[in-house]
Design a protein around this ligand. Structure first.
Ligand SMILES: NC(=O)c1ccc[n+]([C@@H]2O[C@H](COP(=O)([O-])OP(=O)(O)OC[C@H]3O[C@@H](n4cnc5c(N)ncnc54)[C@H](O)[C@@H]3O)[C@@H](O)[C@H]2O)c1
Length: 256
């Protein structure tokens, strides 16, 4: 669809399953080259999985690993045209009952993880005098409060602060920085949240799912592909005049 993405190099962080996996297949379908990084991979160096697709182990909460990945990419002359940061976790508990270690973990992966990948990626782009695009999969929880999700909500709000600030700082380098804010998307994370959230509220996962469905104006929850489609738009030239934005992909659930 976007012929310009042919042979472009896209680094997708948090790519093994769910939304990240859909982002990988969407860019591959555009004939882009994809480096799929995720904490679950075991190879510390790039491994060719199939034509145009490489995998690499990366824990976004470990600065040494993040810095090392960008150094190794630079050494091989591989400077990504696009960074898509998808990696994220969530925990569920009412704030008054919650563990501060859970708060810390959400912050480490969701907020500091994006801070690290965005920092080292834009540093590399600036050193090379190359333009690029930073896209982060944030959440509608970056804009609204949700019961029993304070640590996640806080971490996702903070990501939007990073997006707006970095967008200003690298605008003159022709680097666009934008976020996608999904609503309720059918992935492993969402299925686990229905079990854990249901337990806290005395509901079955099926009851939580029925509640989810009823909250979406477009009448259905989202698929990973719904999100990947908007990520693709933000990676293409069609979004060249957008930066510092947080685009909702929520079926109408969030409108601000
Ligand atoms: N599913 C939803 O309803 C929903 C809604 C809004 C936002 N999101 C966000 O979308 C993103 C993807 O969520 P998903 O639903 O596909 O979840 P998921 O759990 O299915 O996938 C998350 C991926 O991130 C990877 N990951 C986790 N910690 C990592 C780390 N430290 N370093 C590198 N990779 C790591 C996991 O291995 C996994 O492949 C997350 O940031 C999530 O907060 C999801």
């Amino acid at each position: 669809m976007f012929r310009e993405l042919e042979d472009k190099l896209v680094l997708v962080v948090g790519s093994f399953q769910g939304i990240g996996k859909a982002v990988v297949t969407t860019f591959l379908a555009e004939n882009a080259k994809v480096i799929a990084a995720d904490v679950v991979y075991e190879n510390a160096d790039l491994k060719e999985l199939e034509e145009r697709l490489y995998t690499v182990k990366l824990d976004v909460s470990d600065e040494e690993q993040v810095e090392d990945l960008f150094t190794r990419l630079e050494d091989r002359g591989l400077v990504p045209d696009i960074l898509v940061h998808v990696a994220g976790i969530s925990t569920m508990d009412y704030l008054t009952e919650s563990k501060s270690s859970d708060f810390q973990r959400n912050w480490e992966v969701n907020t500091r993880g994006f801070y690290l990948t965005a920092k080292h990626y834009t540093r590399l782009l600036k050193a090379k005098g190359k333009k690029g695009k930073v896209i982060v999969v944030d959440s509608q929880a970056g804009k609204n409060g949700y019961r029993a999700m304070a640590a996640y909500v806080a971490s996702k709000h903070a990501v939007l602060g990073l997006v707006k600030t970095l967008a200003l700082e690298v605008a003159e380098d022709k680097i666009n920085v934008n976020a996608v804010c999904p609503g309720i998307i059918e992935t492993g994370m969402k299925h686990r949240e229905r079990i854990e959230g249901g337990k806290i509220r005395g509901l079955t996962p099926e009851e939580v799912q029925a509640e989810d469905n009823s909250q979406v104006p477009l009448g259905r929850t989202g698929t990973p592909q719904d999100v990947a489609n908007v990520v693709l738009f933000l990676g293409s030239h069609l979004s060249d005049y957008m930066t510092g934005q947080a685009v909702n992909v929520t079926g109408g659930m969030t409108m601000n």
